[in-house]
Design a protein around this ligand. Structure first.
Ligand code: PXP
Length: 243
């Protein structure tokens, strides 16, 4: 089964928010991404609304419905976000930890601490017909906890791999990711991955485990400045399928 791409368009909104204006438009970047072969769109509606705004999620919801593509809403586990999700009904919610001062999502969800709240959220999301995914560190011991909490999917945090200081560090991280991916799969969950992936490091990751989907944002939005969004998405898909 080939690996699909969900394009994260948060940083199109980051550019817009830098001037507090109306351009560029994340929904337009999403439309171009789907046209270039992405299977879905990811947005992270942060509590502080630093990039994606509520109206972006509504616009991208409509777009994904029209294109029969998957909307993956990344969010913190809060009452406000659960309400928004149950109202907008993305195909998938990915729960992520959120700290206001961080530049980007720094680590996976702490399941030992928040497992019970995740299980309650899972029940609410399931009633709304939404699939629950959890953003987790590459740690095999999290597999039974994630399953017990009601997750159908996990997204493995690849940040430590992507930011590995040298090839030995990257190789160590690939080993951890591979082990964790098999543990999540054995526990009955679909396994995705994301964070910091680029056309340079995605191939080695996909050689280690056949991920169903990757969530990739910053590098595609950055490259789009040089070649346009559609070409940036095509280049990523090419790198993912060049195995
Ligand atoms: N997955 C999750 C859960 C994330 O928080 C992010 C960053 O917003 C990504 C994937 C995409 O990471 P990047 O923008 O580095 O490709």
């Amino acid at each position: 089964m080939r690996c699909e791409l969900s394009v994260n368009v948060d940083h199109v909104a980051t550019l817009r928010q830098a001037r507090g204006g109306v351009e560029p438009v994340p929904a337009e970047a999403a439309r171009l991404s789907l046209g270039a072969g992405a299977a879905g769109i990811t947005v992270h509606l942060r509590e502080d609304r630093r990039h994606i705004q509520d109206h972006d999620v509504r616009e991208i919801r409509v777009l994904c419905t029209e294109a029969r593509a998957e909307l993956n809403l990344e969010m913190a586990l809060t009452e406000e976000m659960l309400g928004i999700a149950c109202d907008l009904k993305p195909e998938r919610v990915t729960l992520v930890p959120e700290r206001r001062a961080e530049l980007t999502t720094e680590g996976g969800l702490d399941l030992a601490r928040y497992g019970d709240s995740v299980a309650r959220a899972a029940a609410r999301l399931s009633n709304a017909g939404i699939t629950l995914s959890l953003f987790l560190d590459p740690e095999p011991t999290l597999a039974p906890m994630a399953r017990a909490a009601g997750a159908a999917m996990v997204e493995i945090h690849t940040g430590a791999y992507s930011n590995g200081r040298d090839s030995a560090a990257a190789e160590r991280e690939l080993g951890r990711i591979e082990l964790a991916a098999h543990a999540f799969e054995s526990a009955g969950m679909t396994v995705h991955a994301g964070h910091g992936l680029t056309v340079r490091n995605v191939g080695a990751l996909l050689k280690r485990y056949p991920f169903t989907e990757l969530s990739i944002g910053h590098t595609i939005v950055s490259r789009s400045v040089e070649v346009g969004m559609a070409q940036a998405v095509r280049e990523m898909l090419e790198a993912m399928r060049r195995l």
